[in-house]
Design a protein around this ligand. Structure first.
Ligand SMILES: NC(=O)c1ccc[n+]([C@@H]2O[C@H](COP(=O)([O-])OP(=O)(O)OC[C@H]3O[C@@H](n4cnc5c(N)ncnc54)[C@H](O)[C@@H]3O)[C@@H](O)[C@H]2O)c1
Ligand SMILES: [Zn+2]
Ligand SMILES: [Zn+2]
Length: 491
């Protein structure tokens, strides 16, 4: 399946790849998925995607041939191939940053290498083919355990570990509220994994109805259809007692819908590395000191994002391509259920007992369930379907977290109209009984004018006024203004 230019792929005959290096293996593919990331390629949004490159970075197969130096794999082994190509030996691989491997991509100042994902990520042919060359075969693909279904195993090549890592990078503490943007396979697994890692409440934001319905049942979460919401940050704040979410996860990336301006500049005109709508929503919806985890893919250029808000709010931003699916088996005392080796063997449970007192079943059981349900997730994209079973027993959230979400957010004040849809961080304007010293400067200025002062200057933090004796001031107004001047204001 190879690339012919934006919105064009074609199935063609190519020669069977051969061993080019003693560490190579040739894999005969028996399962291959189409990822949300493939859509970015298909839509022509990934730089240096060359015509005739074969797509596909999520696949399983049978080892057909091995190079002279390959020791761990033998002909006939069933393997799942993690989506990154990596060496296992460089500084970054040693730091478990397999997706940032330094040895596999001549352009590797940032990204490492990915099968079937453009020459920006190394130019390796991918697995939507009958055969693939797999370099460094000893460090990448684990052998699939005999009792693991291939339909389940292929989900370990990318979507499940990526969703899991998204939740893991959110550094979720027991009981925290996690908002996942996107209910594709990655978002679905992120939501499920959030429960696994101790979340007390999980909310998924999406606009495709059947995906909302699916994730609500599969991940036992609350859902928000963003088409019905005027301002995302405001909506999430309303749902969280005006605090904001503890953790926001971007599982959407560069092709986010929901706001015209970034879609125009990021997707249609490619003036930035995709539409950063969800980055805005994450940064603005998370609480002060909160955590934003980004696995959604963006172009390598730049994006206009509210980095100032992130600074002022003291956020922790974590992001990467997933390395969890490449990782070798971790030492016995470390819990990495997102990694194929452990997900397959089920040695560890990340939280033996959750806050609610329910026991978390062994990881193999969790992984099975995730994978089985994941097959249904895959069905969202029209893939090979597999019926999930027994999916409502695990990790049901406490009943009180399933309250109905408010139907409608309050009207956004006109002065914020220009940022409507960006999910502007409006809590300073909208929070009821907001502390006086934090009143935004522009609102303060309006008070000052109403109170008979002449406003000389309004900056982000300060309002400079001059008294106008001709106008009668309401009692107390000058005191309030003085107070604001002393404390400054936020926003
Ligand atoms: N970091 C990694 O290693 C890694 C691995 C796999 C996929 N990804 C990326 O993760 C993202 C999701 O992958 P996927 O396979 O689930 O893709 P997908 O296309 O199946 O799912 C994305 C979902 O986001 C929804 N969406 C669009 N705009 C939205 C918005 N503003 N708010 C909320 N939801 C919105 C879409 O309707 C869609 O259902 C993609 O960007 C993909 O490239 C990253
Ligand atoms: Zn993928
Ligand atoms: Zn490396």
């Amino acid at each position: 399946m190879n690339y012919r230019g934006p919105y064009r792929v074609r199935a063609t005959q190519k020669s069977v790849p051969c061993i080019e290096h003693p560490c190579d293996a040739i894999i005969r593919v028996n399962r291959a998925c189409i990822c949300g990331s493939d859509l970015h390629l298909y839509h022509g949004l990934v730089p240096d995607t060359r015509v005739v490159t074969t797509f596909g970075h999520e696949f399983t197969g049978v080892v057909e041939e091995v190079g002279a130096s390959v020791e761990k794999l033998k002909v006939g082994d069933q393997v799942l191939v993690p989506f990154n190509v990596f060496c296992g030996a460089c500084h970054f691989c040693q730091c478990e940053l397999y997706s940032n491997c330094h040895n596999v991509n001549p352009e590797a100042s940032a990204v490492g290498a990915i099968y079937g994902y453009s020459h920006t990520t190394g130019g390796y042919d991918g697995g939507q083919a009958e055969y693939v060359r797999v370099p460094m075969a000893d460090v990448g693909p684990p052998v699939i355990l005999a009792d693991l279904d291939l339909d389940d195993a292929v989900l370990l090549a990318d979507s499940y570990p990526t969703g899991y890592q998204a939740a893991e990078m959110g550094d979720i503490e027991e009981g925290e509220t996690v908002v996942v943007f996107g209910a594709g396979p990655v978002g679905i697994f992120a939501a499920k994994s959030a429960w696994l890692l101790g979340a007390g409440r999980v909310i998924v934001v999406e606009h495709v109805d059947y995906r909302l319905e699916f994730v609500k049942n599969f991940a036992q979460c609350e859902t928000v259809n963003f088409k019905e919401v005027d301002d995302m940050a405001l909506h999430i704040k309303k749902m969280t007692d005006w605090m904001g979410a503890d953790v926001c996860i971007d599982a959407v990336g560069c092709e986010a819908a929901g706001n015209f301006a970034p879609s125009l500049t990021g997707i249609k005109l490619t003036l930035q590395g995709g539409a950063a709508t969800v980055l805005h929503w994450c940064i603005n919806s998370v609480r002060k000191g909160g955590k934003v985890s980004i696995v959604g893919v963006y172009g390598p250029t730049f994006n206009a994002i509210p980095i100032g808000n992130a600074v002022y709010k003291g956020l922790t931003l974590r992001m990467n391509l997933a390395s969890e699916c490449q990782a070798p088996p971790a030492p016995a005392d470390r819990a990495h259920p997102g990694r194929p080796h452990q997900a397959q063997r089920g040695h560890h449970a990340p939280h033996a007992v959750r806050g609610s007192g329910r026991r978390v079943p062994p990881v193999l059981q969790q992984a099975r369930q995730l994978h089985q349900d994941g097959a249904r997730a895959a069905a969202c994209n029209g893939f090979n379907l597999k019926e999930a079973t027994d999916m409502d027993t695990l990790n049901s959230p406490p009943a009180n977290t399933l309250e109905k979400t408010p139907e409608k957010t309050p009207e956004v004040p006109a002065r914020f109209a220009h940022i409507r849809g960006w999910g502007a961080d409006l809590d300073h304007a909208m929070r009821p009984a907001y502390p006086m010293e934090r009143m935004p400067a522009r609102r303060l200025a309006a008070h000052a004018v109403a109170a008979g002062f002449q406003v000389e200057m309004v900056t982000v933090h300060r309002v400079v006024v001059r008294a106008q004796h001709a106008v009668e001031k309401p009692a107390g107004a000058s005191m309030r203004i003085a107070q604001h001047q002393r404390f400054g204001s936020r926003g």
